[in-house]
Design a protein around this ligand. Structure first.
Ligand code: BG6
Ligand code: MG
Length: 214
């Protein structure tokens, strides 16, 4: 029986995954690496430094720790600029209703994002109070596909991992949820997210009644 639902943020609640992509693409173009949507799937859910390392490996580029930190900062500054204009209206359709319907069924609701910018995004969207717990990239050591973030969210919610359902748009996120012993709904394409119990195109496509069958 599902007693808690844990949402990823980027690409599940709002399309900030797109801003991560265009910021990485802009950075990659500076050292002649053309980032494709297929490459981008590998960057979803993982940490900022891991994303950079994946991009550098695409171009067989080696850099010192200092250079990599500078590049990661540069990407992050662009990302922060891009997200400053986001508004509550951009929350994916049906997400706020889904959260309210889950709560009406006495199901706890958490947020677990690998992003260190998650608190700012949530603030801009004005939805912090919707969540019983919020875990972001500053609160964990290992990012997805490691299960740490989801296990921490379950612990804070006081719910067993086997009673948690995760919503994820990243392959690394689905792997993390399953490694945590949780059920998972993939938001996106079965090509990347096929390991999830259920794959839907948009978060808002999930009807709260489906929780009982998960
Ligand atoms: C995840 C995104 O939510 O956060 C990744 O899916 C991103 O694309 C990661 O790299 C880290 O985000 P940030 O904001 O800490 O650089
Ligand atoms: Mg995501």
């Amino acid at each position: 029986m599902i007693k808690a639902v844990i949402f990823d943020l980027d690409g599940v609640i709002i399309d900030t995954a797109h801003y991560h992509y265009i910021a990485w693409k802009r950075l990659a173009s500076e050292f002649a690496v053309t980032l494709t949507p297929a490459h981008n799937e590998l960057l979803k859910g993982v940490s900022r430094m891991r994303s950079l390392d994946i991009i550098l490996s695409l171009g067989n580029i080696e850099m010192s720790v200092e250079q990599r930190e500078q590049l990661a900062d540069k990407k992050n500054n662009w990302f922060v600029e891009y997200i400053e204009s986001i508004r509550p209206e951009e929350i994916f359709p049906g997400v706020v209703d889904l959260i309210k319907n889950l709560k009406a069924k006495n199901i706890k609701v958490g947020l677990a994002s690998s992003s260190k910018n998650a608190p700012r995004v949530i603030e801009l969207l004005g939805i912090a109070s919707e969540f019983d717990t919020i875990i972001d990239g500053t609160m964990i050591v290992h990012t997805k596909p490691d299960p740490e973030i989801f296990l921490l969210a379950a612990h804070k919610l006081g719910i067993k991992p086997s009673e948690c359902l995760v919503f994820e748009d990243a392959e690394a996120g689905v792997e993390a949820a399953l490694a945590a012993g949780m059920k998972c709904v993939g938001v996106g394409s079965p090509d990347q997210l096929g390991k999830a119990e259920l794959v839907i195109k948009n978060t808002g496509d999930f009807s709260v009644d489906l929780v009982d069958s998960m």
